[in-house]
Design a protein around this ligand. Structure first.
Ligand SMILES: [Zn+2]
Length: 298
């Protein structure tokens, strides 16, 4: 699933391309993708000839602000990613009119939803597994969406004191309890971190994924806080990880998978050169990848 760096890469790319353009039409072959009373007809009526004012990110969601105090809220879910290009219908299927990854990479060929723009380009959602969602809401209702209202803070927008405070329960003096990896991946605790980046952050900061947060001291939390900022910023710089379905809106792959240190590297030598071999364990139905040599269990 696209995590913070992948969604930020998409938002950075689209901000340069589509802000100021007008939406001329919309298309979908999958009514379920569009969570809209009245379906595509009603959606079209409300977005037609509206200018795109901004494209931003909250957690793993893409928020497109358009004229008329409306917001197009996009949840790419497991395999969805937004693409920017020009397509035409060929034998009943959308096909990119230019060659390259938009045409040739099959991850970009599962187009379920499209916005047509007044510069002749289209914004398309390619979504192999069909869980992606597009929701049109009034600007002032965005904060009430169930995807948004319970979210924790943005990890790149808080300081260390605020981060430390997250580990205290709001209802008592007791500290938050649980396994560090699951807590980092909990969007109500902190937003945007999923399986890939939780593994990378813990590898970098030197903590075993099963470490219990109630055993972590201030210096440990500082290491994790620094690891979060370092890894997420680096992953944005490398335009996200295309180890799975995710692609940049140009259709190309991100490059973070080339420098990943933990995720899916089972059996490989630890890149800290500490003679550790990367292992995997199951945690809450997900895999955690780690080195038991330098990642300490607290
Ligand atoms: Zn190691």
């Amino acid at each position: 699933m696209p995590e913070l760096p992948e969604v930020q890469t998409i938002v950075n790319y689209l901000s340069k391309k589509v802000v100021g353009l007008k939406i001329t039409d919309a298309w979908t072959d999958r009514p379920k993708t569009l969570k809209q009373a009245g379906g595509l007809i009603s959606f079209k009526k409300q977005i037609k000839n509206k200018k795109i004012l901004s494209v931003r990110r909250r957690a793993k969601y893409i928020v497109v602000d358009i004229e008329g105090k409306k917001t197009i809220f996009i949840h790419q879910k497991i395999s969805g990613h937004l693409l920017y290009g020009k397509w035409k219908v060929a034998s009943g299927k959308w096909e990119s009119i230019v060659s390259g990854p938009l045409k040739d990479d099959k991850q970009n060929g599962y187009i379920r939803f499209m916005l047509m723009l007044n510069n002749g380009y289209q914004l398309a959602l390619s979504d192999l597994r069909r869980f992606g969602k597009v929701i049109l809401v009034d600007d002032d209702k965005v904060k009430d969406l169930k995807e948004i209202r319970d979210l924790g803070p943005e990890p790149l927008e808080i300081n260390f004191e605020q981060f430390k405070e997250l580990f205290r329960s709001s209802t008592s003096k007791h500290r938050k309890r649980g396994r560090i990896k699951q807590i980092l991946m909990d969007p109500t605790f902190i937003a945007g971190i999923g399986n890939i980046y939780a593994d990378e952050i813990l590898w970098d900061s030197g903590f075993h994924p099963l470490s219990r947060v109630e055993n972590l001291n201030t210096s440990d939390l500082r290491k994790i806080f620094n690891g979060i900022a370092k890894i997420l910023k680096k992953a944005i710089k490398y335009q996200g990880s295309s180890i799975d379905d995710y692609r940049i809106p140009s259709g190309e792959k991100g490059k973070f998978q080339d420098i990943q240190n933990a995720y899916q590297l089972i059996g490989k030598k630890c890149k800290k050169r500490d003679s550790g071999i990367m292992e995997r364990l199951k945690l809450g139905g997900r895999s955690a990848h780690f080195c038991s040599k330098h990642q300490i269990l607290k």
